[in-house]
Design a protein around this ligand. Structure first.
Ligand code: SAM
Length: 235
């Protein structure tokens, strides 16, 4: 599979090696079977979203559907597809994503925000790097997800204007779950997923809120780029 060199006005992709929409769709199907279903993900809505969202519009790579994280500008990464899926599955609100209010911290390429939007959520995504935020807006628009709100700022403080959130997904690693995010989680079964640990290694951690009570469970070991901010790591 080769990277397209140009994204046409229509949003359709063409390139010197002629990657067709059918080829990209086939790559997405393989990704879903080999990387998600094979690792036990069975939620049909979630799998449909991964079969639909054009990951190749969010990252410049000759293997955009490969089973790994990839580099994006500003020294950041777009997460491995399985990790994006595992986080979305863990944070899934009791009644599903359709119509749910979701905050993502760490827009990066915009891909995981697009997955959440494809699932029917009302998505706000925050990014600390202004250039990534601006590129994220462009990419989301080009892929047809212009309903996603992109906010440039310190996501460790959350975005109180949109609270309470049914789900909060933090795609960068912090030493602990930021208190403002816990406060912005819906008291009615809000779910938050975030990598928590050191800069080198973390546990994907699920927090569930019921009223003023919070329960916490470690899901799986992961390695993420750091959450840099007031309630994260220092720059
Ligand atoms: N979700 C992204 C995607 O689909 O491409 C991947 C995100 S990448 C692993 C983590 C992102 O978190 C980086 O873009 C980084 O700049 C951002 N980040 C780190 N600290 C942040 C903060 N305090 N507020 C907002 N974004 C932050």
């Amino acid at each position: 599979m080769v990277a397209p060199d140009r994204i046409a006005e229509s949003g359709r992709v063409s390139g010197p090696h002629g990657v067709s929409e059918e080829d990209w769709a086939a790559a997405r199907n393989r990704m879903v079977i080999d990387q998600l279903e094979r690792r036990g993900l069975r939620d049909e809505e979630l799998l449909r979203a991964f079969r639909t969202v054009p990951r190749h519009l969010f990252v410049e790579s000759d293997d955009p559907y490969g089973d790994r994280a990839l580099a994006i500008p500003s020294g950041q990464t777009i997460s491995q597809p399985y990790v994006v899926a595992a986080m979305a599955a863990a944070a899934r609100p009791e009644d599903g994503y359709r119509g749910a209010r979701v905050l993502e911290v760490g827009t990066g390429s915009g891909y995981s925000a697009a997955i959440l939007a494809e699932l029917g959520a009302e998505v706000t995504t925050m990014e600390r790097h202004p250039s990534l935020g601006a590129e994220g807006v462009d990419r989301l628009r080009r892929a047809g997800y212009d309903g996603v709100s992109v906010v440039v700022g310190d996501g460790s403080l959350g975005w109180p204007d949109g609270a309470p959130y049914d789900a909060i997904i933090v795609t960068a690693a912090g030493p602990s779950v930021p208190k403002p995010l816990l406060e912005q989680l819906s008291p009615e079964a809000g779910r938050l997923v975030m990598p928590v640990g050191t800069r080198e290694q973390q546990w994907l951690t699920l927090v569930q809120r019921h009223g003023s009570a919070f329960t916490r469970r470690e899901v799986e070991p992961v390695v993420f780029v750091p959450l840099v901010g007031e309630h994260g790591f220092e720059a």
